[in-house]
Write a protein that binds this ligand. Structure first.
Ligand code: MG
Length: 168
């Protein structure tokens, strides 16, 4: 049962760290609603929450969350070594690994996720605007992409299911 314990610890940690970094399930569900309301008549926020929950229950998503948030937190505490410390602390635009990590989340529900991800990344609605606010002293270099990716994946899941597909 050691494996089972590790799974639970990963999920529990991913969910707790999101919360500790200021991201609630509802914030991500709001992004899903923003992305999907024009395509689904009578879309409810509860449906969005349910799809976010299902994305968060995936191990590969949890792994991306804990890896990205750990790097953000270490950068905030100035505990990384150079040049990585400065690159992550200032959110250098050419770095790109934050986006690569987020793609591992977007990938879970297939290619329409990429369109949704690109869209929220450009528009930065809701929680994404706050995570991108550099004046707070907090470092969310990885977290902003992770949150956008969870919303994009949840949107894809919702769309697949509305179209009659079932991808878990
Ligand atoms: Mg980023």
């Amino acid at each position: 049962m050691a494996d089972n314990k590790a799974v639970n610890l990963t999920e529990e940690t991913a969910r707790r760290w999101l919360k500790e970094r200021g991201v609630e399930i509802r914030d991500i569900a709001d992004l899903v609603f923003y992305l999907q309301e024009k395509y689904h008549k009578n879309l409810s926020i509860e449906e969005c929450i349910e799809n976010v929950e299902r994305v968060l229950s995936k191990r590969e998503v949890q792994n991306a969350i804990i890896t990205g948030i750990q790097l953000d937190v270490l950068a905030e505490k100035k505990m990384l070594e150079e040049p990585l410390q400065s690159i992550i602390a200032v959110d250098e635009s050419l770095y790109g690994i934050d986006e690569i990590l987020a793609f591992s989340i977007v990938n879970v529900y297939g290619s329409i996720g990429f369109t949704n991800y690109g869209y929220v990344d450009k528009q930065k609605p809701g929680i994404l605007a706050r995570l991108n606010d550099k004046s707070t002293g907090q470092c969310h270099t990885f977290l902003d992409d992770i949150v956008g990716a969870i919303a994009a994946a949840a949107s894809s899941r919702l769309a697949h299911r509305a179209a009659g597909g079932d991808r878990g």
